[in-house]
Design a protein around this ligand. Structure first.
Ligand SMILES: [Zn+2]
Length: 252
């Protein structure tokens, strides 16, 4: 055990651990702080990223040091719903680059991001190339996006909506991670006209506010409440997949 969670670790123990085992992975969860419909909290994605990362850390206690999450990120597609906080894409890339390069400078050769927000994917892809192909670091950045696991999501939930936000699968994950965080009164307020959208332009061309009254994007009819068991299955299967890839860096 090299340290339970990054923020309880002292620098001297980290230095010693990295000297002994430089292939240790610095694990960085990234989420968001954005509207999630009438029924889920702003920090939903951050909670999902954090839970995935803590479960990976529990599975690989000798190989992983977990750092606190990045919460404010690329959420401008949800602007207009009060409380959503975002930073511009270029600011996020630069900010995350500094975080990752701090970890390289500390001695990590591998940094793994677990990202649970779809809006961060493109920015993280740019960041990954910037960092890994700059020629300035021996370290490598690996990115695990929740969106990469669409096949698993489709398998677990038996459906595969093209776009989804704060819908069935996300509500199910929160029912597992933090059932008291799901507002069932908010769920009861959900009418089909509050979430059903056929827009293909949402997120990249039009903000969610223009296509969904509640902020939810889902194509289920009627709106399906979360299923705790399925949420647990999905989270567990994603953790298994990430652990396998981290154990075998040639496939990371
Ligand atoms: Zn989300």
């Amino acid at each position: 055990m090299i340290g339970v969670i990054g923020y309880t670790l002292s620098w001297i123990k980290l230095e010693e651990a990295l000297k002994k085992k430089p292939e240790i992975i610095g694990l960085l969860p990234i989420g968001s702080f954005e509207q999630h419909g009438y029924h889920l909290p702003f920090s939903t994605d951050s909670m999902v990223a954090w839970r995935l990362a803590t479960m990976v850390e529990q599975r690989l206690p000798e190989e992983v040091v977990l750092f606190p999450p990045v919460i404010y990120a690329c959420s401008s597609e949800h602007r207009g719903f009060p409380g959503t906080v975002w930073v511009d894409y270029h600011v996020f890339i630069e900010y995350a680059r500094c975080v990752v390069e701090s970890l390289f400078e500390a001695g990590f050769r591998r940094v793994g991001v677990i990202n649970a927000h779809g809006g961060n994917v493109q920015a993280l892809s740019v960041l990954q190339r910037m960092v890994n192909l700059s020629g300035r670091h021996a370290g490598k950045l690996y990115v695990f996006n929740l969106t990469e696991f669409r096949d698993l999501t489709a398998k677990v939930f038996g459906r595969s909506p093209p776009l989804q936000h704060a819908g069935y699968s996300e509500t199910s994950m929160l029912e597992y991670i933090c059932p008291e965080c799901v507002d069932h009164e908010g769920l009861a307020r959900m009418k089909p006209e509050d979430f059903k959208t056929t827009s293909k332009e949402v997120f990249s061309i039009r903000p969610t506010r223009e296509v969904s009254r509640s902020g939810v994007v889902d194509d289920s009819e009627p709106f399906q409440h979360g299923d705790k068991k399925l949420g647990e299955t999905l989270i567990t299967e994603i953790v298994n997949a990430i652990v396998e890839r981290l154990k075998d860096p040639t496939h990371a």
